[in-house]
Ligand binder design. Structure first.
Ligand code: UD2
Ligand code: MN
Length: 268
């Protein structure tokens, strides 16, 4: 558990049968936002195919895919009750901008589209691949993931934004965990508030000509400091294979795809 008594989800800490009985009765729909702009469309096939095998299997899932290359979206056979909507989206010549703009697009999608259409939402990085079960145990009001690189390290090593001029600023003596920007989840209203707040803070930073160290991930960490997640996913939910497989990792449910940044990003 976290110090505020939110569960940290690890293999062996939950009974999936009990959990499925809760959520199956509620007949829920899970929305997933995924962004594939520029060369990141190449990650889509593996992302979608592996999600179909492992992500929320047995539940209604609706992928909302933002891309500037609708023609290059691969045809992936989706399971029963699962669908995909492509949203044509302008790209940017800066990867930082592409990544951080996700907040306002999630905010607007929830406002314009999702009310009455989904119960929960996950925002997931497209450069990731599922390897094992990721199910209803991950659902909660507001859900974050522990970043693989900072799990078990001390607070002073967390790469929070440290300049007080930024809205994402976190002082050295504060902060619970370092959360990854690649997985955000929860109930629609909770994620809407998160996305809207981060978008507004990003706007203030932009007006002040400052960009947080890790863009929207820095703002997310600031948000979670004052709005604690109700459930925290262990690094099983977004591992980095470059770290090998330490003994505390009983299962790798999803991991980042190894990539050559110079090759795929629009700018250094
Ligand atoms: C594991 C993890 O927590 N990763 C976070 C980290 O770096 P990452 O290295 O994981 O960032 P990234 O390059 O994967 O970009 C984040 C996401 O933006 C999208 N994208 C990005 C560039 C592009 O040209 N086209 C495109 O579609 C795509 O969905 C990608 O998954 O920091 C970023 C912000 O700086 C985000 O918070 C990422 O979620
Ligand atoms: Mn990524």
């Amino acid at each position: 558990m976290t110090p505020w008594l939110a569960p940290i989800v690890w293999e062996g800490t939950y009974d999936l049968t009990v959990i499925d009985n809760i959520y199956k009765q509620q007949n829920i729909t899970v929305a997933v936002t995924v962004f594939a702009l520029g060369k990141y469309v190449r990650f889509l096939k593996d992302f979608l195919e592996s999600a179909e095998q492992h992500f929320m299997v047995g539940y209604r899932v609706h992928y909302y895919l933002f891309t500037d290359h609708p023609d290059e979206v691969p045809t992936v056979t989706l399971g029963e009750g699962r669908q995909l909507t492509v949203i044509k989206t302008a790209t940017s010549n800066r990867w930082q901008e592409i990544s951080l703009r996700r907040m306002e697009r999630i905010e607007k999608l929830i406002e314009k589209e999702l009310t009455d259409k989904a119960d929960y939402i996950f925002s997931l990085d497209v450069d990731s691949k599922f390897h094992a079960h990721w199910g209803a145990e991950s659902l909660g009001d507001l859900v974050g993931v522990l970043h693989a690189w900072f799990f078990g390290t001390s607070r002073k090593q967390f790469t929070y934004e440290r300049r007080p001029e930024s809205q994402a600023f976190i002082p050295l003596q504060e902060g619970d965990y370092y959360y990854g920007g690649a997985v955000i989840g929860g109930r629609l209203d909770k994620v809407h508030k998160l996305a809207k707040t981060c978008r507004m803070q990003l706007d203030v930073d932009r007006a002040n000509h400052i960009e947080a160290a890790w863009q929207e991930e820095s703002h997310l960490n600031k948000y979670f400091l004052y709005n604690k997640p109700s459930k925290v996913l262990s690094p099983e939910y977004l591992w980095d294979d470059k770290k090998g497989k330490p003994s505390y990792m009983k299962v790798v449910r999803s991991s980042q795809v190894l990539k050559n940044y110079a090759d795929i990003r629009p700018n250094p």
